[in-house]
Design a protein around this ligand. Structure first.
Ligand code: IPM
Ligand code: MG
Length: 362
């Protein structure tokens, strides 16, 4: 069976890292004799330049026709002057909504080889860290009504969730927790927000159907603090679109760098969308300096969730561990402080090639 993968390199370092994601996928295809085909599509700032809009209809249609979508990053100062609906980010939001990928899985795992790159005191992550942030991706304040008063002196954005939307996301949360260590923490601001109180009410009602899962609640401000004070208390964190955006950047840094965090965005059917959680870092674009590992690890999630190819996913993850164990580091994950024993700083391409080589060798 031949799988079709849509590629959206996007802007800034997006093309640099997607190139390496593809090299990793080709290495998997070669090793396991699978057929993968790739088609590159414009979205984001480059689509504004080429086609006059951030998400051309042809891009969304081609993504819908594919088995999975691998995306780099979008945005940059060049398009910052544009209004909300015309910005590169609007393309990304349109794509997420257009594919119906409401469940965004952002696993934060500390690779033992990178323990020294974690900015927290060593005893805090002693024994490793493996948490999953499950972010609602197609609702909430990102998609709520927004506007400006006629005089331009006030503006508003709306956080709105239906019970059905919350339920939809939390089903995934309970399911994920059941398959892991059984703890689900719903993060909200229920001491202030009515929408958060609906999240709590919904989660409590659902908990009866998931007796093996231990459900807890935490306010988002406390969670931001707990993530750095004692991150190992968490297993699965389920939260709204905006809180998930913020907390996942924080969790990423605990793993050493935002350049390490992969993500999968899934709907009930249709292709999944896979992207690193980092941005387009325009200052690093095209200089062979970006860390491709978040994208390569997103490609592993693509194999796991959209192609049902667990063995291929594990081959990529093992190769990433192997490259790190061999001492290869992109600049963002190089050891802080003293001279780095046994580490070598490499560029985007060398890291990608090393991972691909390890995948082929098996
Ligand atoms: C992310 C990014 C996006 C988001 C931006 C680029 C719109 O920060 O994927 O986390 O806020 O969702
Ligand atoms: Mg973000």
């Amino acid at each position: 069976m031949k799988y079709r993968i849509a590629l959206i390199p996007g802007d800034g370092i997006g093309p640099d890292v997607v190139e390496q994601g593809v090299i990793a996928l080709r290495a998997v295809a070669e090793r396991f004799s699978r057929e993968l085909s790739f088609a590159e599509l414009p979205m984001g700032g480059c689509a504004i330049d080429e086609c006059g809009e951030p998400l051309p209809a042809s891009t969304l249609a081609a993504c819908r026709e594919s088995d999975a979508v691998l995306l780099g990053a979008v945005g940059g100062p060049k398009w910052d002057h544009l209004g909300g609906k015309l910005r590169p980010e609007a393309g990304l939001l349109g794509l997420r909504a257009g594919l119906g990928v409401y469940a965004n899985l952002r696993p934060a795992r500390v690779f033992p080889e990178l323990a020294a790159a974690c900015p927290l005191r060593p005893d805090i992550i002693d024994g490793g860290l493996d948490i999953l942030i499950l972010r609602e991706l197609t609702g909430g304040i990102y998609f709520g009504e927004r506007g400006r008063s006629p005089d331009g002196e006030s503006a508003w954005d709306t956080e709105r969730y239906s019970r059905a939307e919350i339920c939809h996301l939390l089903e995934r949360g309970f399911e994920a927790a059941r398959g892991r260590s059984g703890r689900l923490c719903v993060v909200d601001k229920a001491n202030v927000l009515e929408s958060s109180r609906l999240w709590r009410e919904t989660a409590k009602a659902m908990a009866r159907d998931w007796p093996s899962v231990e459900l807890s609640f935490m306010y988002v401000d406390n969670c931001a603090m707990q993530l750095v004070a004692n991150p190992r208390q968490f297993d699965v964190i389920a939260t709204s679109n905006m809180f998930g955006d913020i907390l996942s950047d924080e969790a990423a840094m605990i793993t050493g760098s935002i350049g390490m965090l992969a993500s999968a965005s899934l709907g009930d059917s249709g292709p999944g969308l896979y992207e690193p959680i980092h941005g387009s870092a325009p200052d690093l674009a095209g200089q062979d300096r970006a860390n491709p590992l978040a994208t390569i690890l997103s490609a592993a999630m693509l194999l796991r969730y959209s192609l049902g190819f667990e063995e291929g996913a594990r081959a990529i993850e093992a190769a990433v561990s192997g490259a790190l164990a061999a001492g290869l580091r992109c600049a963002d994950i190089a050891r802080r402080g003293d001279a780095a024993g046994g580490e070598r700083i490499v560029g985007t391409r060398e890291m990608g090639q090393a991972v691909a080589e390890l995948i082929r060798r098996g």
